[in-house]
Design a protein around this ligand. Structure first.
Ligand code: ADP
Length: 170
């Protein structure tokens, strides 16, 4: 029998996608045969970008990244409980990024809770390259709102979308 596919789910809000997320995606492609980038619809805070825009921005980024051809990368939205989505996709691995100690408590709690709900799932934490470790969508949005330089944090395409969003709001 052929080896089963290793499927991983990388869930997040991606509001919007940053160089930090992209670094984690690239690293994750070394671990799985199929990577599902799962964009959460059901988030506690109201995102700046609607779901369709967040998905579109991710898809545009994926076209510009040097990614291994043998790994299938799919962007999907989900609004169910994460572990149900993961199971439905035939995945065994949840991929999350860790930035600093500040992420740890929440991520630790989530990984533990998900394991209680489904003991067959593993959460794998990846660390971005040191250039991108500190990037967070929330800070990027704040910089955009105050019209700062976005180039160290997001692509031109995402920067354009952010600038457009904030000029619309003026
Ligand atoms: P969520 O609302 O689920 O935290 P995010 O889009 O903020 O969604 O983040 C998705 C995942 O990507 C999280 O695991 C987060 O820690 C990780 N991540 C985001 N930015 C970075 C970064 N700069 N370095 C490493 N991991 C990151």
């Amino acid at each position: 029998m052929a080896n089963p596919l290793h499927v991983g789910v990388y869930p997040g809000t991606f509001d919007p996608i940053t160089f930090g997320h992209l670094d984690i995606i690239q690293r994750a492609t070394r671990l799985v045969d199929r990577l599902i980038i799962a964009v959460a619809t059901n988030v506690k805070k109201v995102p700046l970008f609607v779901l369709e825009d967040r998905v579109q921005l991710i898809e545009a980024e994926l076209k510009t990244l040097p990614l291994p051809k043998e790994v299938e990368i799919i962007v999907k939205s989900f609004d169910s409980l994460l572990i149900n989505f993961v199971k439905q996709e035939g995945a065994r691995v949840i991929i999350r990024g860790l930035r600093a100690v500040s992420d740890f408590e929440y991520e630790f709690q989530m990984a533990g809770t998900n394991r209680k709900l489904n003991s067959e799932l593993e959460t794998v934490f990846l660390v971005a390259s040191e250039n991108y470790q500190f990037i967070a969508s929330n800070l990027v949005k704040e910089i955009a709102r105050l019209q700062g330089d976005l180039s160290p944090f997001v692509s031109n395409n995402v920067a354009k979308a952010l600038n457009k969003r904030f000029t619309e709001h003026l």
